[in-house]
Design a protein around this ligand. Structure first.
Ligand code: TYM
Length: 335
């Protein structure tokens, strides 16, 4: 098994990233056998597809790496690096741009969402973003890619690109990567709008819980989370039309490791006046230790940078033979 996943180093890591992705990364790393490999990276090249402040990007890359370390990623067991330090990502991306089709990219919902009505004004990188994502995965011949639900379509595209490349050039170079969307990795929605996913790009900080938030802020954000006046029902089906209420129950269940039905069995009939403090207490108990580790790691940012450089050297060595084979397959002079 070769497991790989990435995250954009923009803004803060939030509860959606943690419950939807990072927790699975840590679990997979911990379950790895001797011949398996785990690679996790900060997708700093992907971050360039929207407007960025260079100083913010540099700081966020270190902060996000520190957050992953605080959440349990262990450089002794997983390779942790930032994408731009390993040139194979950009090089393979260019080669795969010859394979990916405009029509495939046009169908990507993230492209449609992010470009919105202003497609003409969007960067070219935003459009070809999923090709770079395919290169990330294929450069390492990754077999398993743990992601949240929203990234599934990009992984399907990576499979299409791999299949077409293998066919067009009559090689068996790229294994088809399997997206792993774990049942315990729910889609976490905004605390202000139960129909929008919790996101670092939401202008309202009250919409998300960041892993760097202190205990008081976590409590305050949960207290102010949008809900409705009804008490909690006995089944998840009855929460179908109550997006905000359902989201809070989902978060509670993900944090406590229970099924949402078990949570409802305990809280049915109670209002949010009782549920929110219980949720806040659970969130503080789970996230507090991660934040404390993160604060300590951020005292020595240079050390985090050194760890990323070491990870990049290992990643480079793993990607090099595949990049070489891809160049050879398409007829580039490599010798
Ligand atoms: P990104 O940075 O948006 O998110 C990182 C991971 O967090 C998951 N996630 C969520 N899960 C549940 N609820 C939410 N509200 C939520 N928000 C985010 C995402 O599904 C993702 O798994 N394109 C990717 C980064 C990437 C990548 C890759 C991933 C670049 N190359 C190669 C896998 C393989 C992205 O923007 O994720």
């Amino acid at each position: 098994m070769r497991v790989l996943s990435g995250i954009q180093p923009t803004g803060n890591l939030h509860l959606g990233n943690y419950l939807g992705a990072i927790r699975q990364w840590v679990a997979m790393q911990d379950a790895m056998g001797a011949d398996d490999q785990c690679l996790f990276f900060l997708a700093d090249l992907h971050a360039l597809t929207v407007a960025i402040d260079p100083a913010d990007l540099a700081a966020s890359t270190i902060e996000m790496a520190a957050t992953l370390l605080a959440a349990g990623i262990d450089p002794a067991r997983a390779i942790l690096f930032n994408q731009s330090r390993v040139s194979a990502h950009a090089e393979l991306c260019w080669i795969l741009q010859g394979t990916a089709r405009m029509g495939w990219l046009n169908r990507m919902t993230q492209w449609k969402d992010k470009a919105g009505k202003n497609r003409e004004g969007a960067s070219v990188g935003l459009f070809t973003y999923p090709v770079l994502q395919a290169a990330d995965v294929l450069a390492y011949q990754a077999t398993h890619v743990p992601v949240g639900e929203d990234q599934k379509q990009h992984l399907e595209l990576a499979r299409d690109i791999a299949t077409k490349f293998n066919t067009d050039f009559a090689v068996e170079l790229f294994p088809l990567p399997e997206p792993l969307v774990s049942a315990e990795a729910p889609r976490i929605m905004s605390l202000r709008d139960g129909t929008a996913k919790m996101s670092k790009s939401d202008p309202s900080d009250m919409s998300r819980i960041n892993l760097i938030d202190d205990d008081d802020l976590i409590v305050q954000k949960i207290r102010k989370a949008k809900t409705d006046p009804e008490p909690l029902p006995a089944t998840m089906a009855e929460l179908e039309a109550r997006a905000e209420a359902r989201n809070l129950v989902t978060i509670y269940a993900a944090l406590s490791g229970e099924a949402p039905a078990e949570v409802l069995a305990r809280f049915a009939g109670q209002g949010f006046g009782a549920f929110k403090p219980a949720l806040a207490e659970l969130a503080v108990a789970t996230l507090g230790p991660i934040r404390d580790r993160l604060t300590r790691l951020l005292d020595d940012r240079a050390e985090v940078g050194r760890q990323l450089a070491e990870g990049a050297a290992r990643a480079h060595a793993l990607a090099a033979p595949t990049l070489r084979a891809a160049k050879q397959a398409v007829g580039l002079q490599i010798g």
